[in-house]
Design a protein around this ligand. Structure first.
Ligand code: SAM
Length: 598
């Protein structure tokens, strides 16, 4: 069955951007409504007229004389453009006057309660940020109401300075240009807090039928933008020009998006949501969680293929198989299927430490004919005593960062009941890291469990251009004790452009058997597998990196009798490896997050 899901199901919102008005605001709202636009962006005053900077200015010249001119619902359709006046003009008197005028316009916008106060970004970034902060505090305006007008080709560094000074990812109106920036720069913008993407009428050309169209480069950008945002504004050279056909073109482009697959749709409710990693060793998973795992068919298919391949290769008359951490039997069932086709005799033992999942296993054994010879045991791999020796151990104790659900520890405990030539499915786990720019996710961390915790995240609005690097590796079984349960990795990433880094994204691969692998590594992830989203190790203070500087990421896996935890920090290095800056150690001594062993 083909499902059609839209990434942004609530549709495209189009906004008519007026640089000046020729009709009254109520008349314009009527026209705009008729043409099916959702809102307007409009200046408060006509440009280029002498203002005295008092209330009479509003009475005489402002486009909107009073909120009573429009219906109260319609106020929410008005996004205000504040006059383009600089706060850093060379002339002190002009500077002072500009400041007063801007202040007055902002106060008026705040009085009306319009949803956006759009400011030009032509002032000195630090001065502008301080001004915005002051206005927000003094007039009780939500910082999110301020929108910065920026150009895709040139304003990122300026924007980055402003939001860092503000310590807030202020929304932007992003102007697209005929000549766009590089693909990487475009992706960087897409991770930012875009309130509107803006298109000037000049960007459109005409097709053979005389209808407006955009070039491929803008179309591609918009198609990526539509994956998570949906406000787009268009402006014309003159207020009399009709933009209905331009709107129609954008609606068409939006509707023509590739629909999400069913899998992606299921996962979409987790887009950019922070989740605390599960601890299946410490906690007993509930049946709903097992049920979600069990829907990931591809994972189970791969386990079955791996077992079948092993059983085909093995040259033994009798094989003892241990299903370690059987849960409700998802993988166990596939092991049973694989064993049915094997030439050798098999004995299967399923071990589970969660008593309630054990109940389900017992229930299944009574119900399912094929399960009748499976021995089901309620115990912990750490403490279980048995005379049996196993040739094959099958487990799925993997977390988003590979080893972060204690698979190295659990599989080490299990070694005492393995044959010397035993095989483990999986036979390794490898983690990978890459610096990530994700301003909006980073802001959410503050309101969640803070910066000393790692999170599981289905990244959507994020950006990275660095080559992902291998981090920690564990092999199973590990009869020679080569695995380092405690270890430190130092990964150095050279930055290819100016960036603000908000932490590290982590992935894993795990070889099940021979060429059969599970992977969340972005370059070769297992298609349609959604059991694991990547991990996020946040940095409390976002790291500013200039092109060619290096980010060194240090991560330690630390353990004691209580459990295992990660500690991480960053260092900024110059091109010739001089230390320029660095962060504190996050989660030092496991103060916030420990993967408990009890
Ligand atoms: C991720 S679940 C996998 C469940 C199941 N194999 C499946 O495919 O749906 C991991 C299971 O291992 C169990 N587990 C974790 N550590 C264990 C240990 N040391 N001894 C026994 N069971 C363990 C957990 O209770 C959980 O049921």
């Amino acid at each position: 069955m083909v499902y059609k899901f839209e990434a942004v199901p609530w549709g495209l919102k189009t906004v008519w951007y007026f640089q000046e008005l020729k009709d009254s605001v109520p008349q314009i709202l009527t026209i705009v409504n008729k043409k099916k636009f959702d809102a307007i962006i409009m200046p408060i005053f006509p440009a280029n007229f002498e203002r005295e900077g008092n209330i009479n200015d509003f009475i005489k010249h402002s486009y909107l004389k009073s909120e009573l001119e429009v219906k109260s619902d319609d106020i929410q359709k008005l996004h205000f453009l504040i006059s383009n006046l600089s706060l850093s003009d060379e002339n002190k008197e002009v500077r002072k006057r500009n400041r007063e005028i801007l202040k007055q316009e902002i106060q008026f916008a705040a009085y009306l309660g319009v949803p956006s106060i759009i400011l030009s970004s032509n002032s000195d970034p630090v001065k502008l940020a301080k001004f915005i902060r002051k206005m927000a505090t003094k007039y009780f305006i939500d910082l999110n109401t301020f929108v910065l007008d920026v150009e895709i080709t040139k304003d990122w560094i300026k924007y980055n300075q402003i939001r860092q000074e503000l310590q807030f990812n202020i929304p932007i109106l992003l102007r697209l240009k005929k000549e766009m920036t590089t693909k990487n720069e475009q992706r960087k913008w897409l991770s930012e807090n875009i309130r509107f993407v803006h298109l000037n009428q000049d960007l459109f050309s005409m097709n053979d039928q005389g209808a407006p169209k955009l070039d491929d480069i803008q179309n591609q950008f918009l198609t990526s933008y539509f994956q998570f945002e949906n406000y787009i504004s268009i402006s014309a050279k003159s207020p009399q020009i009709d933009l209905a056909d331009h709107r129609q073109y954008l609606i068409h482009l939006f509707k023509n998006q590739q629909p999400l697959s069913e899998q992606a749709h299921l996962a979409s409710e987790f887009f950019d949501e922070l989740q605390i990693p599960l601890q299946p060793y410490k906690d007993n998973l509930n049946s709903g969680t097992y049920e979600v795992f069990e829907q990931d068919k591809i994972k189970y298919d791969l386990y079955e293929d791996a077992c079948r391949k092993y059983l085909k290769n093995v040259k033994k008359a009798e094989i003892n198989i241990l299903m370690a951490g059987a849960g409700r039997g998802g993988i166990l069932e596939r092991v049973i299927f694989a064993a049915q086709g094997a030439k050798c005799k098999t004995k299967i033992v399923a071990l589970e430490k969660n008593p309630y999942a054990y109940m389900t296993l017992v229930f299944q054994k009574k119900r399912q004919k094929q399960w009748k010879d499976v021995e089901i045991v309620l115990d912990d791999l750490k403490s279980w005593q048995t005379e049996l020796k196993f040739d094959l151990i099958v487990s799925e104790l993997l977390g988003s960062f590979g080893d972060n659900e204690l698979s190295p520890e659990c599989l080490m405990w299990a070694q005492r009941f393995l044959q010397p030539d035993a095989v483990s499915i999986p036979c390794d786990s490898v983690s990978y890291c890459v610096p990530v720019s994700c301003p909006q996710l980073h802001a959410k961390v503050k309101k969640s469990y803070g910066y000393d915790s790692s999170y599981v995240v289905h990244y959507q609005k994020y950006y990275t251009i660095h080559d992902i690097q291998k981090c920690m590796q564990f092999k199973h079984p590990d009869f020679n004790n080569e695995n380092q349960l405690a270890q430190e990795q130092n990964l150095v990433f050279e930055c290819k452009q100016d960036l603000l880094i908000h932490g590290m994204a982590g992935y894993f691969t795990s070889k099940l058997y021979e060429d059969i692998e599970l992977s969340t590594h972005p370059n070769n992830s297992t298609p349609d597998m959604y059991s694991w989203f990547p991990i996020y190790f946040p940095f409390e203070k976002p790291v500013n990196i200039a092109k060619k500087q290096k980010l060194k990421f240090t991560i330690k896996r630390v353990n004691n009798e209580e459990g295992v935890w990660y500690e991480w920090f960053n260092s900024v290095l110059s091109e010739d490896d001089q230390l320029l800056d660095g962060s504190r150690i996050h989660n030092e001594n496991g103060k916030k997050q420990i993967i408990e062993i009890k």
